[in-house]
Design a binder for this molecule. Structure first.
Ligand SMILES: Cc1ncc(COP(=O)(O)O)c(C=O)c1O
Length: 400
């Protein structure tokens, strides 16, 4: 076999996918979605909705194609979408962002995160602080940037960080604090105490906050999302990342954006323009239309997903799992130890054959050093049709 040099090895290792023999394993999502396809199991693994979003948004994309909006859009994104993002930040959060200088459209939240990390981190002297478990791209991208990943544990069952752990993790070496709120995979929504401490630490150590808020409209139990950038002192050092994928059930369109101070946005643009340059011309006006939908739409998607979370919770509890209470996001974490499970990865590998359901072990979101602490936890996605969740609950009950 050829030995290939290059950054891929660092990225694969950062994501925990580099085998001892030097080959790269598929991600757990590819493995489990492959199992779902092969066995016909219900896929509560990968976080994508199984229903289309609002017809007006889908129609807007078709109309944009018919109008001929099929060539490169401007590098920062079309003005209509940048304006819609700016209006959205003001309408929901009272934040003021200049559509010309403080908004950048990206190929999903993923590209915004990649460009921000690559732009602002410079090698092994720089540390990136993340909460663990983490969305898998964070560790991979920090590794690509050559930075050291410093993790703050989120522990079962409430998955709020301990403030002393947070204080110990953030130092003068911290370049970025990467936050995800609402949080994938745990469903946690951070408390105001956590948010305040994050901003205080960032100010004290002159770190930049990158906050991934792709689940901003999927917060439950009557709570409203509170972006980190709205906290006193935060806006000048915060890049806020979001995307249309989760809010409008268009995960395949990959229209994302990042907002923040003009100098930080310029730095992100310097990298982003050589990653994809631009993407998704006809989808940009469609997502702009989505962001301008009325309040009923936004309240409706949170209420819908809350109902589905409750269906999933009831099903998991009836099947004998202990459950965490997801306050937001697509996901709910279940403790499988009461079912006699000692290794959630092995359990998830068997689950499709045993009962026809796919789920993801939480160890997929944890670095090798800490996997033992999460060994029996499983992530289930609630962003599926009611009948799918009801049928999944019926099947999971067979585990008892
Ligand atoms: C926390 C988090 N950030 C980012 C993404 C990716 O967003 P996008 O599809 O807009 O790149 C996801 C998708 O699952 C996610 O869960």
């Amino acid at each position: 076999m050829r030995t290939l040099s290059g950054a891929w090895r660092r990225v694969a290792a950062g994501a925990g996918l580099l085998g001892a023999d030097g080959t790269t394993a598929p991600t757990i999502f590819a493995e489990m979605s492959g199992l779902a396809a092969r066995t016909g199991a219900l896929n509560l693994g990968q976080g994508f909705p199984d229903e289309d979003g609002p017809a007006v948004i889908l129609d807007a994309a078709r109309e944009a194609i018919a109008r001929g909006e099929n060539q490169y859009p401007p590098g920062r994104g079309i003005l209509d979408l940048r304006s819609a993002v700016s209006e959205h930040q003001r309408r929901f959060y009272g934040l003021s962002v200049d559509p010309d200088r403080e908004v950048l459209v990206t190929a999903g939240a993923t590209e915004a995160l990649a460009a921000a990390i690559l732009a602002l981190v410079d090698g092994a002297e720089d540390e990136v602080v993340v909460f663990e478990p983490y969305y898998d791209a964070y560790a991979a991208l920090a590794a690509l940037a050559g930075a050291r990943l410093v993790t703050v544990p989120l522990r079962w069952p409430d998955f709020q960080p301990d403030l002393d752990d947070l204080r110990a993790a953030v130092t003068d070496r911290t370049r970025l604090i990467l936050v995800n709120d609402p949080h994938n995979p745990t469903g946690a929504v951070f408390t105001d105490d956590v948010r305040t401490e994050l901003v205080r630490l960032a100010e004290r150590h002159d770190a930049i906050i990158v906050t991934d808020e792709v689940y901003e409209h999927l917060v439950f139990d009557g709570r409203a999302h509170r972006p980190l950038a709205t906290l006193p002192g935060a806006a000048e050092r915060t890049l806020t990342v979001s995307s249309g994928g989760k809010t409008f059930s268009t995960t395949g369109w990959k229209i994302g954006w990042v907002t923040g101070p003009a100098d930080l946005i310029d730095a992100v643009l310097a990298v982003k323009q050589f990653l994809t340059y631009v993407n998704g011309s006809p989808f940009q006006p469609a997502i702009a239309a989505g962001l301008r939908l009325d309040d009923r739409f936004f309240a409706g998607i949170a209420a819908d997903l809350q109902r589905r979370r409750d269906l999933l919770l009831t099903g998991l509890q009836a099947a004998g799992f202990a459950t965490a209470h997801a306050a937001g996001s697509y996901f709910t974490v279940a403790e499988a130890a009461p079912l006699g499970v000692v290794d959630a990865h092995a359990f998830c590998r068997e689950l499709p054959e045993r009962v026809g359901v796919v789920a993801i072990p939480l160890t997929a979101f944890v670095g090798p050093a800490h996997r033992a602490e999460y060994a029996t936890l499983v992530r289930f996605a609630a962003c599926k049709r009611d009948e799918v969740l009801v049928e999944a609950a019926r099947r999971l009950a067979l585990l008892r």
